[in-house]
Design a binder for this molecule. Structure first.
Ligand SMILES: Cc1ncc(COP(=O)(O)O)c(C=O)c1O
Length: 378
């Protein structure tokens, strides 16, 4: 049958019908171990029971009401997110996708500073709206004439010297994906994060950490900025926050939040009761699980580095890149054939793993076995 969907995706030849924990099933009943996590969304696995319960309970009480009235779940979630960032104070603004969160972050930075210029990084990904494309560091995406392109400079990721070349009194914000995920799981040296924060402060430029993939426990701490000891002015996150329901959040450091006035920004669906209840239940599970993310990374790394085809294992926690001597596409296809879902990246020879932080030791062993079989078969 010809699909009635607009064909913007290069889809794999299977239809997913069911998910539970670390596994998904296709329409033929075939089971797959999911180390792709629905593109980093299923952070605590598929259909986690506490989240399903929270959705059921909230949807029987109130599915939606406009932000012109207060609803309880968004207040509770904002408080919970604030607690993850203590001792620093942040205010939460809920939106629906990573792009929208970054869009709002740029808007707030421009208003706060009264400046227009943005510094971003080559190979970064910040979204597909027309403004967030402007700050996404892939030239291919700039063919859509993104509106802020003339106000954006792309520095070299990991180089403070490169940032300094572009920074001046017109620089409103630096937007950083602290571990570049789509770019191939690129992490910078500790010094880069610290010095970047320092030069932003000296210049009155806001530092935006796009933690859409690194945040809410995936990389071990609640936030990657905490791992590197930096306090960004604005943090954005999305992906796994509500275990698959659409939500994102802009967290704005309190002193900056005072400059955002009533009427400056709005959204119809952002902060709806059901997504917020799902997110609160997700955060409760993450609280129990996140401390094991680094240990699980070590276990996965150890298994991978024992394979002769693996050159390097990169990343942190459950955001992992594997450099191999084979084209990543071929590995992804072979793994899928053998019952394992993994992802590609912008780097031809790097595959990406974004498994749930709830992954078990046995599932890691199963992953290593299938991955090794796939490499041997190629
Ligand atoms: C780091 C990062 N920022 C922003 C986005 C955009 O998020 P969304 O697709 O929800 O708009 C993505 C999407 O993959 C991302 O990885």
């Amino acid at each position: 049958m010809t699909s009635s969907l607009l064909q913007t995706y290069n889809q794999y030849p299977l239809t997913i019908t069911k998910g539970a924990g670390s596994y998904i099933w296709d329409a033929t009943g075939k089971k797959y171990l999911d180390f792709y996590g629905g593109h980093a969304v299923c952070l605590i696995g598929h259909c986690p029971k506490p989240v399903v319960e929270a959705i059921k309970e909230q949807s029987e009480k109130l599915i939606f009401y406009s932000n012109v009235f207060a609803t309880e779940p968004s207040q509770i979630l904002a408080q919970k997110l604030k607690e993850t960032l203590l001792p620093h104070d942040y205010k939460a603004y809920f939106t629906n996708s990573g792009s929208e969160a970054n869009e709002a972050a740029i808007k707030i930075a421009r208003k706060h500073t009264g400046r227009n210029q943005i510094i971003s990084f080559q190979n970064s990904w910040h979204g597909r709206s027309i403004s967030t494309l402007s700050v996404t560091g892939f030239k291919k995406q700039h063919s859509f004439s993104p509106n802020l392109l003339e106000h954006t400079h792309f520095a070299e990721f990991g180089s403070v010297e490169s940032v300094k070349k572009f920074m001046n009194k017109e620089t409103a914000a630096v937007i950083l994906e602290p571990i570049q995920s789509i770019g191939g799981i690129n992490k910078a040296k500790q010094r880069f994060y610290t010095e970047l924060a320092e030069i932003c402060k000296q210049n009155g430029t806001l530092l935006i950490f796009d933690e859409v993939q690194t945040g809410i426990g995936r990389t071990g701490d609640w936030w990657f900025c905490q791992t590197v000891g930096v306090t960004p002015d604005i943090i954005t996150t999305a992906k796994g926050l509500a275990s698959g329901l659409p939500i994102s959040v802009v967290l704005i450091e309190e002193s900056i939040s005072f400059n955002v006035k009533k009427g400056d920004h709005a959204t119809t669906f952002g902060g709806g009761p059901v997504v917020c209840a799902a997110a609160k239940a997700t955060l409760d599970v993450i609280t129990q699980e996140k401390d094991q993310a680094d240990e699980k990374f070590q276990q996965i790394s150890k298994n991978l580095l024992a394979l002769p085809q693996v050159k390097k294992v990169k990343g942190k926690g459950m955001l992992i890149g594997i450099e191999i001597g084979i084209e990543a596409n071929l590995v992804v296809d072979k793994c899928r054939e053998l019952g394992l879902i993994i992802g590609t990246s912008a780097q031809k020879n790097t595959v990406r793993l974004m498994p749930p932080i709830t992954i078990s030791k046995e599932e890691i062993t199963e992953f290593a076995k299938i991955f090794s079989q796939a490499l041997t078969a190629l």
